[in-house]
Design a protein around this ligand. Structure first.
Ligand code: PEP
Ligand code: MN
Length: 344
């Protein structure tokens, strides 16, 4: 259920409602909007907790009590009354009117490779640096990432460039070391429904980039996001990265309709990853422009100084030499879509 407070409700009145909900054994999630506060009352059972019986309607400060109609509650657009979540990552904003470009190598391979790429993307004016230390590889014999050493190199890149770091967490046992360097934790497509991992990240409060599973519906993506939100972490970005379809002319099908539809269904920022959807460089720029035009709040893209020698995803990596032009073009389209570009 959601309890919509009056615009004039005082902090004490809001607190009294929260206490009543928690007293009934439900979780209370107050969401303070620009105009008013909405409190989500979420039970652990399939249905919303029965807050009607608490007599909240008519309590001081309460405007009305309404059911949340979707299976996801805190992720639903309904709970924010049309307001959009804007996430601030070290001053770089994403969501609402703000667009953020995240770029870097697929994988941290070496100190030289990472620092060189970090300089290139910083110079081009991106908001954040990506790079995987723990890599979800289809083959167990493929390079699995540098692990802790990769995290150490990411910390060095952050120190040098000042860019916030986006990096993947695959295993909850690595949460602590990842939190030391990550400004955004990426949950990969293959882990979208790793529910214990999502709950653990939810308790950490670190911003999350949640990638859509290769065969996941938008409702399943939003319910995965709900696992993070339910633990009290509201900083979730949804990421469309291509889905499996019958088409085999490219790695996966970038589902750009997901962008406006996710925005209808949810208040959370929507990011697009054209690199993994495409699997090859020539498609990345056109699909980036299409994503920005469709209203994406951000793009995450792979860049490499020497893609022919990349240990992972070389064919889809943008060339360092072309990267500044790419950023300028994406910025122009994002501006046409009404967005302010979050720069380094
Ligand atoms: C990645 O971003 O490096 C990655 C592996 O992406 P995905 O989980 O979407 O395949
Ligand atoms: Mn990759």
């Amino acid at each position: 259920m959601m309890i919509v407070m009056k615009e004039t409700a005082s902090d004490e009145e809001i607190e009294a409602v929260i206490e009543k909900i928690e007293g009934a054994g439900a979780l209370a999630h107050p969401i303070k909007g620009a105009r008013l506060t909405v409190i989500g009352a979420i039970g652990d059972v399939e249905q919303d907790v029965n807050v009607e019986s608490l007599g909240l309607e008519g309590q001081p400060g309460v405007d009305r009590v309404m059911p949340i109609l979707k299976p996801y509650k805190l992720a639903s657009a309904q709970i924010r009354h049309g307001e959009r979540t804007v996430i601030d990552i070290e001053g770089r904003k994403i969501g609402g009117d703000h667009f953020a470009l995240i770029a870097g190598p697929c994988t941290v391979e070496s100190r030289e490779q990472l620092l060189e790429t970090a300089e290139v993307v910083k110079e081009a004016g991106v908001a954040m640096l990506r790079g995987g230390a723990y890599k979800p590889r289809t083959s167990p014999y493929a390079f699995q990432g540098l692990g802790q050493e990769g995290l150490r190199l990411l910390a060095e890149a952050k120190e040098r460039t000042g860019l916030p770091i986006v990096t993947e967490l695959m295993d909850a046992r690595d949460l602590e070391p990842v939190l030391e360097v990550a400004d955004v934790i990426q949950v990969g497509a293959r882990n979208m429904q790793n529910f214990p991992l999502l709950a653990e990240i939810g308790r950490s409060k670190c911003p999350v980039l949640l990638k859509r599973g290769l065969s996941a519906t938008l409702d399943e993506l939003l319910m995965a996001a709900e696992y993070v939100l339910k633990e009290g972490n509201g900083n979730v970005m949804l990421c469309e990265r291509g889905i499996k379809t019958f088409e085999n002319s490219y790695r996966t099908t970038l589902d750009l309709q997901a962008v406006p539809v996710l925005k209808e269904l949810s208040h959370l920022p929507v990011v697009v990853d054209p690199s993994h959807a495409a699997g090859r460089r020539s498609l990345v720029a056109p699909m980036s422009l299409a994503a920005a035009a469709a209203g994406a709040d951000g793009i995450i893209v792979e860049v490499h100084p020497n893609p022919d020698e990349a240990l992972c995803d070389g064919p889809q990596a943008l060339l360092a030499d072309d990267f500044a032009d790419y950023v300028a073009t994406v910025e122009r389209i994002a501006a046409l879509a009404g967005k302010v570009f979050s720069a380094a």
